[in-house]
Design a binder for this molecule. Structure first.
Ligand code: PAN
Ligand code: ZN
Length: 191
């Protein structure tokens, strides 16, 4: 890949454009099994966007390279569960990542390989270091689009299968108008 010239990173819109950038989206229809209430997911518009990722790919997936992305998680819920990303470990387990809050409000859900989970609040200006061997997922608990920047090693890769098989050990739901962390009763996630 041969990328020349600066791309543009607009803030606070969180939009990336120009050379080397791309955009992908995940709709409700693609996220079967991700949310605990599958019937509620099926009742939603299949074309509803749950999240988009803007990417700047300035290099191949090589050791020493870096990828840069901005995730936009839409506000919404499936049943009582807030819209969220699939979440993943990195395929190269030891590779970490930085996230930072650009706009909106939410939670970064983290889980280690022993399935211990914890969260960090995300808000404009929040900075999050995700160590290696820690799965990570964004959850939008606010009314605006949650926009989060990310930078990670280009050769990290994404292990979605572990999350599909066993899920995260916690879920984030709305109860009495507030975000609440609950132990995941079922999972495996199957998206
Ligand atoms: C992020 C995520 C992004 C989308 O760029 O890839 O938030 O989430 P999923 O990949 O879990 O669908 C990142 O963590 N990259 O490594
Ligand atoms: Zn990651």
């Amino acid at each position: 890949m041969d990328v020349h010239g600066p791309a543009l990173f607009h803030t606070p819109s969180g939009i990336l454009e120009g050379v080397g950038t791309s955009r992908s989206k995940r709709c409700i229809s693609e996220l079967q099994g991700l949310f605990v209430d599958e019937a509620a997911r099926q009742a939603l518009d299949p074309a509803q966007v749950v999240y988009e990722v803007y990417m700047h790919n300035a290099c191949e997936e090589v050791e020493g390279g870096l990828f840069f992305g901005v995730s936009h998680v839409y506000p919404g819920k499936v049943g009582a569960e807030y819209f969220m990303t699939k979440g993943h470990f990195h395929a190269k387990k030891g590779h970490g990542e930085y996230y930072w809050g650009i706009d909106g409000a939410g939670l970064l859900v983290l889980m280690n390989e022993q399935r211990a989970s914890w969260t960090e609040p995300i808000f404009p200006g929040s900075l999050h270091y995700i160590p290696g061997c820690v799965a990570h997922r964004l959850v939008n608990t606010g009314a605006r689009i949650l926009k989060v920047g990310a930078c990670w090693p280009a050769d990290a890769g994404h292990d979605y299968a572990s999350i599909q098989q066993a899920g995260f050990s916690v879920r984030v739901i709305e109860r009495d108008g507030r975000a609440e962390l609950v132990q995941a009763v079922r999972p495996p996630d199957h998206c």
